[in-house]
Each structure stands twice: as C-alpha cells, then as structure tokens.
Design a protein around this ligand. Structure first.
Ligand code: PEP
Ligand code: MN
Length: 244
C-alpha cells in the first residue's frame, strides 16, 4: 500500500542512474553552477609553478570567460624524474589566485592524507584518470567531503566502469560528482589520446550527472583544442576544462 512505484533497474549503478533521477543534476562549485543550462569553463595551467605564473594566467583566463581556475599542485607523472608538483605550497598559490580573481579553484587529489587540506582550500577536487579506479580514494572522497568531485575517465575505462567509479563516491555519501572525458587510449599515436565525444550523449542518457570535456589532455596539441571545444559544446557538454 505504501509503495508508490516499483522499477527494475538492471544496471549495476543506481544512484548515478538517470532512471532514479530524471532531472539533470546541477553541482554547485562555490557558487558556479555546473549542469543544466550552465556552461562551466575551467581553465588554468597543467601544474602550479609559481605565484606569478598562476595569477597571470588566472587573470587572463577570467578575462577570456573562464569561471573556474584549475592548476595541479600534486602531479601524477609517468616518470618519477619529472616535476612532481609544488604540493601544499601550490595549493596556497591557488588560494591566492582565488583571492585575486574570485574564481573557485580545482586541483587534483592523489592521496587521501591531503583530504583535510583540500577540504579547506579547494572548491572542486579532481580525481585524475590514473586514479579513476583507486577505490579506496573514491570511498574516502565519498565519505570524507561534500566538496564537488571532478572524476576523470580512466585511460581505457568503459562507460560502465567510469560510472561505477562515480557510484563509489555517491554510495559513500557525496552526491556532487561531475564526470570529465579527457581522451582514451586507442591505436592512434598522432594525437595524445582519442577524444570520445560520444561520451556526452552516452553519459547524459545513462546518468543525471554533468559532463565536462577536456580537449587539452585528449589531443595533446594546442590547435586541436579550439575545434574540439566547439564540438563539445555543440554536442551538449556541461563544461570544458582547458589548459593554459
Ligand atoms: C591534469 O588534469 O593535469 C591531468 C593529469 O589529467 P588526467 O588525469 O586526465 O591525465
Ligand atoms: Mn595536465
């Protein structure tokens, strides 16, 4: 008598499923709405290198229309000999850039030991492609914060694997997930990765979560960014992440 409706949902993801939440989810990134009719423009350097660098880029990005500033303080690098990022002092530089421009900040979290610090300083916590299936980290950003999470697609993750990773975060208590397509690994070597624009309609059909496209890490060539950014917006993306 008290049951209004019974639905059989065969997909393994429930909370992220469009069937349970027909309306688009709109995620609030310190006042910037992501999802629905809004367009998020996340821009900034790959890695934070100095205060001057970040403030200069932040001002230029804002003048060009960006509404969220990005910058990596903790960097996932293929080579242990490559620059690993400035760490906590890099986060402080991002905070200073937020004070100078008013832009909310997005940065990648790689290790849960820094979660409290990210909670305090960062507005949008990025989980990078390489950590998309770091299930312990996903559980911790689910249970340990209500800050929005930008979940990048793994280098060779299927849609279902990617959405299941969002489900991990949601099932552990944080519903504020934004998905980010950043190119997948294919046989092609001319471009850094292959940008899967089909992710936009597929994610929108299967889930109610916003999707942002990152053409920078996909193509790996500056001149691919503009046409792929335009194609993404035309295809219904909720936002772009562009390295500057
Ligand atoms: C980045 O955003 O700088 C980054 C390392 O991205 P990805 O995890 O998509 O490679
Ligand atoms: Mn990068």
């Amino acid at each position: 008598e008290c049951v209004e409706k019974v639905m059989k949902v065969s997909e393994p993801y429930k909370l992220a499923n469009r069937a349970f939440h027909p309306d688009d989810t709109i995620v609030d990134v310190d006042g910037v709405k992501v999802g629905g009719e809004n367009l998020a423009l996340i821009a900034g350097p790959c890695s934070v290198e100095s205060k001057e660098q970040v403030i200069e880029i932040a001002k230029a990005a804002k003048a060009a229309g960006a509404n969220i500033l990005r910058g990596g303080a903790f960097k996932p690098r293929t080579s242990p000999y490559a620059f690993q990022g400035m760490g906590s002092s890099g986060l402080d530089i991002l905070v200073a850039a937020k004070e100078a421009t008013g832009l909310p900040i997005c940065s990648e979290l790689m290790d849960v030991q820094y979660l409290d610090e990210f909670n305090e300083k960062v507005d949008l916590i990025q989980i990078g492609a390489r950590n998309m299936q770091n299930f312990d980290l996903l559980k911790k950003v689910g249970a340990g914060t209500k800050k929005p999470i930008l979940l990048k697609r793994g280098l060779s993750a299927t849609f279902e694997e990617w959405i299941m990773s969002a489900e991990y975060i949601m099932a552990n208590g944080n519903p504020n997930v934004i998905l980010c397509e950043r190119g997948i690994r294919t046989f092609e070597t001319y471009t850094r990765n292959t940008l899967d624009l089909q992710a936009i309609p597929v994610v929108k059909k299967l889930t109610h979560l916003p999707i942002v496209i990152d053409p920078s890490h996909a193509g790996g060539k500056w001149w691919l960014v503009e046409p792929m950014a335009k194609a993404s917006v035309a295809g219904g993306a909720d936002g772009l992440m562009i390295e500057v």
